[in-house]
Design a protein around this ligand. Structure first.
Ligand code: ADP
Length: 334
């Protein structure tokens, strides 16, 4: 383990959102004047990396000063080499304090984009997602070996995710996986997995339980038990405005049921990136606990979830994706 600052690596997607707001959805063959056009940076990987960086740094003004950062945060992924989007994307991530030296700029590839049309009147959207370079992340071990925590999602090829997860488990790196977008996973993914974070629909798909059974009112212990019996140590099911259900392997072994922790009561503006903020905040708490765990203090999952709930509740009070992810001082002040 690293003896100085903990290190989090996020292996995942980087996408540019191209958002056009229109008075209505154009018909086939029609040219329609739009109301506005905006670009934004996204991708679950990049969003979670930004959350990790901001939630371990006091504020934007000190983002690039390494002395004020509590955690070193590395992004691993791929963007296009010669397209217009890659350079500004990396510059924005660096301004948030992220180490982007492991993001590959791939020759002849394009940065992933989501082309989004939003109909102004209804808010209804149409999205075309082009994964581009995200699908060409090299199928090889991408960790340096000195990381404390690896954060994964499923927007990069599964082969890359599984290979690096295995590598991390062998090196004693704590793995946090947010398997989104969810696809059924082989059982060996769960063996020795430290932290599984899923929302309601992901929990249903991965456990094979009917979606109607995954609600804040249901007893989610049997759902969590499915994952724990396959080898997961901490199962966290996020339930939107209803909060979070969690269960640990230790409590399961003692036949204790899991707990529901309510979300903060706030005025919701836009829930985009709430889940990504939650995952990033939780990963920061895992990383910060690593040094004390080495001296025998167990991981305090309740305070990790409380911190993540607080951070995600700030995200839902703002519009946008990465724009809505808070800095540490905002969570401390909330
Ligand atoms: P996802 O965006 O992945 O579907 P959720 O909707 O479950 O994830 O939200 C993730 C977390 O964001 C929740 O566990 C909670 O902490 C926070 N959150 C989401 N919606 C709200 C809300 N309406 N009020 C307060 N917090 C919220």
């Amino acid at each position: 383990m690293n003896t100085s600052k903990p290190i989090i690596a996020i292996l995942g997607s980087l996408n540019v959102d191209l958002v056009t707001r229109t008075p209505r959805i154009p018909a086939a063959g029609e040219t329609l004047e739009a109301l506005s056009f905006n670009t934004g940076h996204g991708g679950k990987g990049a969003n979670q990396a930004v959350a990790c960086a901001r939630l371990s740094r006091p504020s934007k003004s000190s983002a690039t000063s390494s002395s004020s950062a509590q955690v070193d945060v590395r992004m691993i992924g791929a963007i296009g080499k010669d397209d217009a989007f890659g350079g500004p994307f990396l510059a924005a991530l660096e301004a948030d304090g992220l180490d982007v030296t492991r993001v590959r700029r791939l020759e002849g590839q394009k940065t992933g984009v989501a082309v989004i049309t939003v109909e102004e009147r209804t808010g209804e959207n149409r999205i075309m997602f082009v994964p581009g370079a995200n699908h060409s992340v090299p199928r090889e071990p991408l960790l340096d070996g000195d990381e404390d925590v690896l954060v994964l999602q499923l927007e990069t090829p599964l082969e890359v995710v599984f290979l690096n997860m295995q590598h991390a488990k062998e090196k004693g790196v704590d793995v946090v996986i947010n398997p989104a977008p969810a696809v059924p996973l082989p059982d060996d993914v769960y063996a020795g997995l430290d932290h599984l974070i899923v929302n309601e629909s992901e929990a249903a798909l991965l456990s094979g339980k009917p979606a109607e059974e995954i609600t804040p009112e249901s007893d989610l212990s049997p759902v969590a038990a499915e994952f724990i019996e396959k080898g997961v140590k901490n199962v966290i099911i996020t339930l939107g405005g209803a909060g979070v259900f969690y269960q640990t392997a230790a409590r399961h072994e003692q036949s204790q049921s899991g707990s529901l922790i309510p979300a903060k009561k706030v005025k919701v503006v836009d829930t985009t990136a709430a889940g990504d903020t939650f995952v990033g905040a939780y990963a920061v708490a895992v990383a910060k606990s690593k040094a004390s765990r080495a001296t025998g203090t167990p991981f305090d999952i309740d305070s990790a979830i409380a911190f993540a709930n607080k951070a995600a509740a700030l995200t839902v009070q703002k519009n946008g994706a990465q724009d809505a992810i808070p800095w540490l001082h905002e969570v401390d002040d909330a």
